[in-house]
Design a protein around this ligand. Structure first.
Ligand SMILES: Nc1ncnc2c1ncn2[C@@H]1O[C@H](COP(=O)(O)OP(=O)(O)OP(=O)(O)O)[C@@H](O)[C@H]1O
Ligand SMILES: [Mg+2]
Length: 389
């Protein structure tokens, strides 16, 4: 991102026509500000709100807006500047208060302050923090071993380097099983974190996420659908994206949820692992997904890695046949060992922790090696303590 070119969105909730006009004029002339007309927009950087005839109700709205995390900065304006308006306005969380008629210089200075701050934040983020890498894991069909792959891939990356911070996110709303696989109990899921996205820092994440004995931090999926708590579309993507500031590696168990969030996560993913088994219906699904979903979302063969799970030499479809049907080579195979994979799940452990020298553990370790080689060296920085706790 080019920090110099940060553009901030501004929305006006102003009824008085003259005030609205003069604010619009300032915004239109101000380099780096855009006027957001869409009132359904999930986020605005600055909201200018006019306090009118019913201040107490309006203050309640303000509190809700700030809590719901849809507004970055709140500016208020009112024809009255009496203490009964000003004090509750500031207590409610307003950053600036504009008197009326609008003083152009005062408003410009307030916008400039927010712009400078955004610029500084971006510069710090761009210069001092190397972004973590995202690896998405998807299933060509249900039950093929997607969660097993995500869990063991993440724990193998962590095992390779204890000093790196590794996160594992379960996208499977209602049917998420990552905590079960790792025998973890937690109340916090990505929906809670999405609601607190403005607080997303290392300390908050560390308290909100649950850590497995392998060292991997887990972020579970919501176990229910609470329509009142539903996040705006695309918010999970924002959570994952922000987490890149705090983790070296982020593994996403995307299951089979091909939704808007996942498509956006694809665009940021280093690699996308499509887990399949060597059965004809599954292989055909791989081909279909490759031609439709992945092609449409700009995921080229370089980033898409097809994994043949539960691999046996004498399978229904041979590796060579599968490659032919799909039109791309399968990148890696994970040997079939049902008993071992179940022992790991039933004990809340990784496969390597149950049997380090097993052929499955070695396959995962090689995969971890392949991403770590192209891995980044992060500066120890502010989040290095993540790995020490
Ligand atoms: N390499 C393997 N060898 C044998 N069995 C395996 C292997 N990997 C996973 N399994 C088994 O496959 C079953 C399904 O695994 P898992 O839950 O990881 O799949 P999934 O694709 O995430 O399923 P769902 O669609 O329900 O989310 C489990 O019983 C697991 O033990
Ligand atoms: Mg699963």
């Amino acid at each position: 991102m080019d920090a110099q070119n940060t553009t901030l969105s501004v929305q006006l909730a102003v009824k008085t026509i003259e005030v609205r006009k003069s604010l619009s004029r300032i915004i239109q002339k101000f380099d780096g500000l855009t006027l957001e007309e869409n009132t359904d927009s999930p986020w605005v950087d600055i909201l200018v709100l006019e306090i009118g005839s019913n201040p107490s109700a309006e203050f309640e709205t303000i509190k809700a807006l700030l809590q719901e995390n849809v507004v970055g900065n709140l500016f208020l304006t009112s024809p009255k500047t009496t203490a009964d308006i000003l004090l509750p306005a500031l207590r409610a969380g307003a950053r600036e208060f504009f008197t009326q008629p609008i003083d152009v210089e005062e408003v410009k200075a307030a916008f400039q302050k927010v712009k400078d701050q955004a610029h500084n934040q971006n510069t710090v983020a761009d210069q001092t923090v190397n972004k973590g890498k995202i690896y998405s894991v998807l299933g060509a069909k249900g039950g093929v071993g997607t969660t097993t792959f995500a869990v063991n891939f993440a724990t193998s990356i962590q095992a390779r380097d204890k000093n790196k911070s590794v996160a594992l996110i379960d996208m499977n709303r209602l049917v998420g099983e990552v905590p079960l696989f790792l025998d973890l109990e937690t109340d916090t899921n990505w929906e809670d974190i999405g609601r607190n996205i403005s607080r997303l820092d290392a300390a908050y994440l560390q308290s909100a996420m649950v850590r497995h004995s392998s060292g991997v931090y887990v972020l579970p999926a919501p176990g229910k659908v609470d329509t009142e708590k539903l996040l705006p579309a695309g918010s999970l993507f924002q959570v994952v994206k922000s987490m890149r500031n705090f983790f070296d590696y982020i593994v996403v168990d995307g299951g089979m949820y091909f939704d808007e969030n996942l498509f956006k996560i694809f665009t940021e993913s280093e690699q996308i692992y499509l887990v399949s088994i060597l059965s004809l219906p599954c292989i055909i699904n791989v081909r279909k997904l490759q031609q439709s979903v992945f092609a449409a979302n700009g995921v080229t063969n370089g980033r898409l890695r097809i994994i043949a799970n539960r691999f046996e030499k004498k399978a229904q479809v041979s590796l060579a046949e599968a490659n032919k049907i799909i039109g791309t080579d399968i990148s890696a195979t994970i040997p079939n060992n049902y008993a071992l994979s179940m022992t790991a799940i039933n004990n809340g452990k990784s496969i390597a922790d149950v049997s380090r020298n097993s052929n499955i553990a070695r396959a995962y370790s090689q995969l971890a090696e392949s991403v770590a080689d192209s891995g980044l060296e992060r500066a120890g920085g502010i989040f290095s303590w993540f790995s020490k706790n």
